[in-house]
Ligand binder design. Structure first.
Ligand code: BGC
Length: 907
């Protein structure tokens, strides 16, 4: 298991002999098993020790079982991806792909990777859905006394059951794969071993339409003779509690969990054995007496089943599973990285509150669970673990903000000396754990936090000289981790944890600097597409549960913003091809309802600039700005897809909306109706203002900030735009003041008061009022962390030119300022890693930049004397690798291609 979630190191220049491909991916994933497409996309990244190096040509050779099935031939292309171009791949086959890349000097280097296809055809499934037979055993045991009165309704949650099947193999095993999923959550085992390290599988999708199956290799686990495969099955999103809805807390998709698995074993003589779920499987309740994502898990070690998934086990008292038949119409191959435990967080402090009752501090708010070590308990002793993000002033756990999420686990000891407890079918958002009923003294060594989230590959890092800013970045990262749990959620702690669309679209640019979130968002977007209403509106939360609301400005606009942003960042046109009908239907919906182009009608819940402070950004201003933005992206998508007529029509519509916006909301002095910060930021960021008005609007924005003593008022919609827009228009120092501010409301205020994640609201806790409104007060929400985009994009200075996609043409434009005297960032673009580091000392600014092979970059170096800028000690005019562009009085501007450069200039 990985113990940290950090950007992997690349080989240093000294270790590289030339152009080298790394991070080979199939369908954007590393060596995936069970892909669902016959024409996968293969991609790779490049690194090189040599300046100006680039990929001149590449070649892919695809082998199936050692036999070449496709040779792309040498292609004189710089692209770092190719779609499989041979005959469509066949189902359930293993492939190796060998990549050769050739540099401009003709040197070739090679790398290889693997993948396996899943089940392409429904008739390949022999598996049936199985479940606990409620006909013969209509009720399930009541859960272990979950004491709190508010848990009464939990009677509808059944104890997870164990399922098993024993079978004989009469021949050796050459290859064995299991394809498995659940309506619910499963953990799979074979011959006494847990299979894989994925958590909360199969993940949350709109199960009515899409149920992902996972593929695991079990070749080394099986053998001739008796074998056993099996699974534990919990409720999860399928039938457990999801969201706050008091009418239907649970059972959003089904009443009881079901399992479906198919093991396919290949033998040396070419024959196959298939063992699939059906009525021959048997099941039994085990030690997990209750499990729910929101409520928690109860584990009674006295009911452990021993080696239940091993051969030789006596399953005499297990009951036959109910066989529900084999409807596999909703199954899809998993397309994105599963949830995993990515880090163990040690406890930092334990405080005794009463005999046997302790508060454990992990020092970090996170989503996950704990592993508890218990020593010296008597059989039947019950330990209760309650989870919370904060402590009250009296040192007790603060749980009011969890609303109806109990977030409580129970462990009942079997009295077996040293015991370990770690729940498997629940997630809590917490920093503190109250351990009650613990025998003896609890120490920090007895409790470990296990951080759990979608294991999106880490793509970036940022660090600077200011500890407060580093803490902010850490809070942003932890906010991302805690809320990317299968789908992008608003929060991990209270009875909500839903895929709110605005939160997702606002945070996406920041998220993408930190992790490769392409498949994560594509998967989520597929659920957005299925939830689009017949009229074209998008529900507020995706996967669509609970809320009847749809079509909310800035929320539903995720329909256009997410695919366009993904396309810009990752350069994969397929995103737009899939999303295009959704984008178009969404903007047409708004247009139909608002033919005068001011978006007033069909605004659904209309949350405005959600959680703004002390002001009201005009809702029509916000909605209409977003309408223009959505239409702009729809036009841009049409352009990329070669739909010239649509591109022209939507382009024209976008300009008309911009004009209508100005006519309706902007006065002659450039004041935008409502005169709020977000009211100015939206049209400035979305380019809706004519040039003369633009400058005036910037002045009004700045004046508002000054009037308030350089204090922000922005909510979710405005906050992401604030620092980037100030920087763009020459007010970086003002942006830095906001960054460093620690008065209320600011990021620094939360940090000053101990925040280790981004709070949902600026007033989550204040000196004046203590905790904010309990009805809605999460301490782990990522939206206000969308300032991360500015840290990577402007402070460290890594962005791309307006025409560029996939960061092929970089803009390196750092903004030294504030209290920082250095900042550095690395980011894995689709082509390779870009790194920047600037430092200011003794009147000199140094800027170290590494550009990946094949990319180009325009470098903007702030200076007091453009003529004195040097690269590796030489005047720029003398460098053959640097092309000087016209400077401005305070900036040296030049073009470079790949490689590492060291600039210095008077600061
Ligand atoms: C969620 C948000 C969401 C909002 C919409 C809240 O309950 O936590 O983040 O966007 O509702 O009103």
């Amino acid at each position: 298991m990985k113990t940290e979630w950090v950007l992997p190191e690349l080989p240093s220049a000294a270790e590289l002999s030339g152009l080298t491909a790394y991070d080979l991916r199939c369908e954007h994933r590393v060596d995936p098993l069970g892909i669902g497409t016959a024409r996968p996309r293969l991609s790779w990244r490049l690194t090189s020790p040599t300046r100006g190096d680039r990929q001149d040509a590449f070649r892919v050779q695809m082998l199936r079982d050692g036999v070449q099935v496709w040779d792309s031939g040498w292609r004189s292309e710089s692209a770092t991806y190719v779609d499989h171009g041979g005959a469509p791949l066949t189902s359930q086959t293993d492939h190796v792909w060998q990549l050769s890349v050739r540099d401009a000097a003709g040197e070739v280097s090679s790398a290889e990777a693997t993948f396996a296809t899943g089940l392409f055809h429904q008739d390949e499934w022999e598996a049936h859905w199985i479940e606990h037979d409620y006909e013969t055993d209509p009720y399930f045991e009541p859960p272990v006394d979950r004491a709190e009165p508010r848990t009464v309704r939990q009677a509808t949650i059944a104890p997870p059951r164990h399922y098993r099947r024993s079978f004989e193999l009469t021949q050796p095993v050459t290859r064995a794969r299991v394809y498995v999923t659940a309506h619910g959550l499963y953990q799979f085992s074979a011959n006494g071993q847990r299979i894989g390290n994925d958590e909360l599988t199969p993940g949350w999708t709109d199960y009515r339409e899409r149920v992902a199956y996972q593929t695991y290799d079990v070749t080394d686990v099986l053998h001739e003779g008796e074998n056993v495969i099996g699974a534990v099955l919990g409720e999860g999103w399928w039938s457990g509690y999801v969201g706050w809805d008091t009418r239907s807390h649970a059972h959003h998709y089904g009443k009881k969990p079901q399992l479906l698995a198919q093991l396919v074993v290949d033998h040396p003589d070419g024959s196959r054995t298939v063992v699939a779920t059906d009525g021959r499987w048997v099941e039994h309740v085990g030690p997990i007496r209750f499990a729910d994502l929101l409520m928690g898990e109860s584990y009674d070690a006295r009911h452990e089943l021993g080696a239940w998934s091993s051969p030789g086990y006596d399953a005499g008292d297990w009951a036959p599973a109910g066989d529900l038949g084999g409807d596999v119409s909703t199954l899809i191959a998993a397309t994105t990285d599963p949830v995993r435990v990515t880090e163990d967080v040690p406890a930092t402090a334990v405080t005794a509150l009463a005999p046997g009752r302790f508060i454990v501090d992990l020092g970090q708010n996170l989503a996950g669970r704990v592993r508890l070590r218990v020593r010296g308990a008597q059989a039947g002793d019950r330990i209760r673990l309650r989870h919370g993000e904060m402590l009250q002033a009296d040192g007790e756990l603060y749980t009011a903000n969890l609303r109806t999420a109990d977030a409580t686990d129970y462990f009942v000891s079997a009295g077996a000396g040293e015991e370990f407890f770690e729940p498997i079918f629940t997630v809590h958002g917490f920093r503190y754990v109250e351990v009650d009923g613990y025998p003896g003294e609890l120490t920090t060594a007895d409790v470990t936090g296990r951080a759990l989230h979608s294991d999106t590959p880490v793509a970036g890092r940022f660090e600077c000289s200011d500890p407060g800013v580093n803490q902010l970045l850490s809070n942003i990262r932890w906010g991302q981790r805690g809320n990317f749990v299968s789908v992008p959620t608003d929060c991990p702690q209270r009875d909500e944890r839903l895929g709110w669309t605005a939160d997702a679209q606002i945070f996406l640019p920041t998220a993408a600097y930190q992790a490769d979130v392409l498949t994560f968002f594509e998967n989520w977007f597929a659920d957005l597409a299925v939830a689009q209403t017949d009229e074209g509106a998008i529900p507020d939360v995706i996967p669509h549960v609970i809320t009847g609301r749809h079509g909310t400005p800035a929320w539903a606009d995720a329909a256009t913003i997410v695919p366009w942003t993904l396309y810009r960042i990752y350069g994969d046109e397929r995103v737009l091809r899939t999303a295009w009908p959704v984008m178009r239907r969404w903007v047409d919906y708004v247009h139909r309802a608002n033919p005068d182009l001011i978006w007033r009608k069909r605004t659904s819940g209309h949350y405005g600039d959600w959680l703004q402070v002390g002001v009201q950004t005009d809702r029509d201003v916000l909605a209409t700005a977003y309408f223009a933005r959505s239409v702009e992206f729809t036009a841009a998508a049409a352009q990329v897809l070669g739909l010239a007529d649509e591109a022209a029509a939507y382009g024209e519509l976008r300009d008309k909306i911009a004009a209508a916006f100005v006519a309706e909301f902007v006065d002659a002095e450039g004041k935008v109706r409502g005169e709020t910060q977000t009211g100015y930021l939206l049209p400035l960021a979305f380019g809706l203002l004519p040039e003369q008005t633009e400058q005036a609007a910037v002045k009004h924005l700045v004046a508002d900030l000054e009037l308030r003593g350089r204090s922000l008022t922005t909510g979710f919609a405005g906050v992401a735009l604030l620092c980037p827009i100030l920087t763009k228009y020459g007010y970086a120092e003002l942006a830095y003041d906001l960054l460093h501010d620690d008065r209320y409301p600011s990021w620094g205020y939360s940090i000053k008061h101990g925040a280790t994640t981004i709070w949902e609201r600026w007033d989550g806790w204040t000196e004046e009022n203590g905790f904010g409104p309990v009805a809605m007060n999460s301490f782990n929400h990522y939206s206000l962390g969308s300032v991360g985009e500015w840290l990577y994009g402007d402070v460290a200075g890594i962005s791309q030119s307006p025409e560029s996609v996939g960061f092929r043409d970089l803009v390196i434009k750092p903004s030294p300022g504030g209290r920082l005297n250095w900042a550095e960032a690395s980011y894995d673009t689709p082509t390779g890693r870009v790194t920047t580091r600037w430092q200011q000392s003794d009147g000199t600014l140094t800027l170290d930049v590494t550009i990946p092979p094949g990319a180009t970059a325009t470098i903007h170096i702030p200076t007091t004397n453009p003529n004195a800028t040097k690269e590796s000690g030489h005047p720029l005019s003398q460098s053959k690798d640097v092309t000087l562009l016209d400077p401005t009085p305070d900036t040296t501007i030049c073009r470079i291609s790949s490689g590492t450069y060291h600039f210095t200039t008077p600061a």
